[in-house]
Design a protein around this ligand. Structure first.
Ligand code: ZN
Ligand code: ZN
Length: 428
């Protein structure tokens, strides 16, 4: 499958959520409605967008008909007696149906991934069952499993979170009771990467702080782009002092949240930073990143990051691969060397929740955590309304990498964030 025929997680999520919202508003007679497939596993790019509807058999016809009449749906076609393909003005979507008695196995079946299902099929056979369809069978009889947890239990397993279902070692880990205690949005205490209208963000600094407050965060770092970043609007050197004055006046008015003044500074071709040290050391936190289109070889890109990490004022490397799901796979980096340097220099590395990044992801994030790298999970939001949504994608992406709260800097209080910055600066 080529990149162009895939849909990014951000677009898929918007489509599925819109259809689900319309279906709920229309009062269709279903019990449950779930995001399934890659969407539920937080896959950065998907081959198709799918929803699973749970309803009694007697209501299936009515539910299907209801979906075809939603205003967002333009055409529908039957793919089987228990699935419909819906076309909407925002893209295509597959709707699956199951009964409450088989809800648990159907949810697992439609969530995948294929390699995980293959392992589950083998487990089913071990227990005298067959899992070759959304229903779990013993002989020709459907085995009732109303929840996914019950389905896994019938296979002799604890419930495995969807983000871990890659078909690698998650079943092994489950059997040895070694599943991670994954990071969720409720563990996040602040956002260390947001943009305001001082650079290419849409909303004012005050709106971004307000959105962070709404989410119950204890702190938020305003991190606009440095002067020479490849962004539509950037922060000029002279803007930094004016932005600082705005933050200081906001700190007097806004209570209950700490506002950190930061920057997302570009790493120049020689590995130096876009802003001078004298300017950076006045800030509370410094993120550093590459925004160049691919085109440089992996070794030079790795070298630029390494030099930036050794800079005592650089605290976080953001979206390291600079990939763009469904469009480009990003830089070809020597991650092992980056992880070593991150640990030895006290630099954090980011899991960026912007749908245009979702980076680091999966196996890369998992290796980072294993190597002992301190991680941040950020929204990289450019609009106030995206703060929560993109932190959701960020934590989902982190879970794909088995990331736990103990790995994540912004699952800690603001004093620990400040101490993390201070420790590295003390080496200057
Ligand atoms: Zn960036
Ligand atoms: Zn950014």
């Amino acid at each position: 499958m080529s990149f162009s025929s895939r849909i990014s997680l951000g677009r898929a999520h918007l489509l599925a959520s819109t259809v689900a919202r319309e279906a709920r508003r229309a009062g269709l007679p279903f019990d449950e409605l779930h995001h399934v497939g890659g969407l539920r596993r937080f896959a950065p790019e998907l081959e198709d967008v799918a929803l699973l509807v749970i309803a009694p058999e007697s209501k299936h016809a009515q539910v299907l008909k209801g979906f075809t009449t939603l205003s967002i749906v333009t055409t529908t076609s039957a793919t089987s007696s228990r699935a419909r393909s819906l076309t909407t003005e925002r893209g295509a979507l597959t709707l699956h149906l199951a009964t409450p008695e088989s809800a648990g196995s159907a949810l697992a079946w439609h969530t995948g991934a294929d390699d995980h299902l293959a392992l589950l099929r083998a487990k089913a056979v071990d227990h005298g069952l067959a899992f070759d369809s959304p229903a779990l069978l013993r002989g020709r009889t459907v085995v009732e499993c109303r929840t996914e947890a019950h389905f896994y239990e019938l296979l002799g397993l604890p419930h495995i979170p969807p983000e871990l279902r890659h078909g690698t070692d998650e079943i092994d880990a489950a059997l040895r009771e070694r599943l991670p205690r994954l990071v969720y949005e409720s563990d996040i205490r602040g956002d260390l990467h947001v943009h305001s209208s001082w650079s290419d963000g849409r909303d004012s600094l005050e709106d971004m702080v307000g959105a962070a407050q709404q989410l119950g965060y204890e702190y938020v770092a305003i991190t606009d782009h440095s002067e020479r970043a490849a962004a539509s609007r950037t922060l000029a050197v002279a803007d930094v002092a004016r932005q600082k004055a705005e933050i200081e006046s906001l700190r007097l008015r806004v209570v209950g949240i700490q506002i950190l003044h930061g920057v997302e500074v570009d790493i120049m071709p020689d590995g130096s930073l876009d802003f001078d040290d004298s300017l950076l050391q006045d800030l509370d936190i410094v993120l550093a990143s590459l925004h160049d289109e691919a085109g440089q070889d992996g070794a030079s890109l790795t070298g630029r990051y390494l030099r930036a990490m050794h800079h005592p004022l650089v605290n976080v490397i953001t979206h390291p691969a600079n990939r763009s799901p469904a469009r480009s796979s990003g830089y070809d980096l020597d991650f092992a060397r980056l992880f070593d340097a991150a640990v030895s220099t006290g630099t954090a590395m980011e899991i960026d929740g912007a749908p245009g990044h979702l980076d680091m992801d999966g196996s890369v994030a998992r290796l980072a955590a294993l190597a002992g790298v301190t991680l941040t999970v950020s929204s990289d939001a450019h609009r106030a309304e995206w703060l929560g949504r993109q932190m959701g994608f960020g934590t989902g992406t982190a879970r794909r990498g088995w990331v736990e709260p103990r790995h994540v800097l912004n699952a800690r209080g603001v004093d620990e964030v400040r101490a993390f910055v201070a420790r590295k600066r003390a080496r200057m």
